[in-house]
Write a protein that binds this ligand. Sequence first.
Ligand SMILES: [Zn+2]
Ligand SMILES: [Zn+2]
Length: 282
Amino acid sequence: MLVAAAAQVGFGGKICWFLAHAVGVGLLILLYEELQHQIFSYTWYALLYLVLIVVTVIQYYRVAGSSPGYVEDLENDPEFEAGIKAVAGSTPFSHCSTCRVVQPPRTKHCHDCNKCVLRFDHHCVWLDTCIGQYNHRRFWWYVFLETFLCIWSTVLYFLAFHLQKSSAWPQNLLLLVTFVGLLCCSIFLTTLLVFHSYLVLTNQTTYEKTRRTRIPYLRNLPKDAHPFSKGGCGNVTEFCCASQPYRFYNLPPDHEAAGPCLAARNATESITKSTKCCSWWR
Ligand SMILES: [Zn+2]
Ligand SMILES: [Zn+2]
């Protein structure tokens, strides 16, 4: 029943996303005569705007249709089993009683998907899927494109409102309301983009950042210690270029039993050893 309710919420999120784009972009083209002229006379920036809309929609469906890295899909996969064995000696594994699978480090059970997700970031209701190890990169690009599209649309609405020749109030009110809505979305998306860029630079997830004090392998570490970080360049390179299908992380040594002082020292040593060209960013 919970899964069915979650599916309905997820479907509702997709409908809201579609309506927001149909209104935000469709109204603009219908109401802004100048833009209509530009589109039909193939002015280059109007065409560029349309290309951005199409690319953003494609990227949305690419993320929505992608797997975040469900552990149950990887069971019985020889490469996955070999990866688990490789880190098993240095890292204690937990076990999910719902999925009945071994949880590699940084894995979390998602109650919306009802599955365990590798390097769990968050469950996105707008996309109706989890964001995890396999699709975080696609998600970042989607947020980048959506932010760009939203800011561009906000600017066009601002111009439309000022240049509108008609003084009909319903039309002007519609433009004004949509402009304010888009402005709020632009601020939210820009904040989201900056936040996820920060997560990439420090090799953290949304879950780890927001629930740090509840996560056993992080709660004893200092706030500014990022135990999985390889330095800014290393983290960005791993995020953008990593091609290996399974990445397993070693948890910080003695992260729980050692207490705050030793754990902090271990984390600091780990960071110092792993930081190469970009020691300014942990
Ligand atoms: Zn699970
Ligand atoms: Zn999920």
